[in-house]
Design a binder for this molecule. Sequence first.
Ligand code: PNS
Length: 162
Amino acid sequence: MLRLAICPGSFDPPTLGHLDVIERASRLFDELIVAVGVNSAKNPLLSLEQRLEALNISTKEFPNVRVEQFKGLLVNYALDKGATSIVRGLRATADFEYEFQMAMINRRLSDKVDTVFLMTKWEHSYLSSSIVREVATLGGDYAEMVHPGVRSVIAKALEARS
Ligand code: PNS
């Protein structure tokens, strides 16, 4: 039986921290779907299409990874795809409460899908999409926070805004 996992997120934008988790998860599972959800609480930098583009560019070297979008409940999407696991990255303690709550709710909604956490790499432990968004929109240098392909997607998005 193929082991399929979902790596969900807003990915606005995908950071090197996300990419590290995706790469490591791709070694743990036979197939990995990076699933872009639309989190309505956030004011986006990248459109859904730009996030899909950024993820497709930055994950193209991983043959068992594909990128999709999802709407509605994550567990329903995971069940629909036949996935057994949801993979999330975990940084320092700040992530824990939110991630714990999400994992609990998701398991309450379906006990057929488990959440697996991968601890972030030391050098990415300070990185987040919101930090990259802030640095990028305020004109700072975000080059070392994202994959080069993601950099150009962000640059285009910023250019279109100005
Ligand atoms: O990168 P993010 O913003 O932390 O990702 C959050 C995401 C998209 C994974 C989460 O908001 C989500 O799963 N949304 C889908 C709706 C859902 O299933 N909600 C119940 C679990 S909280």
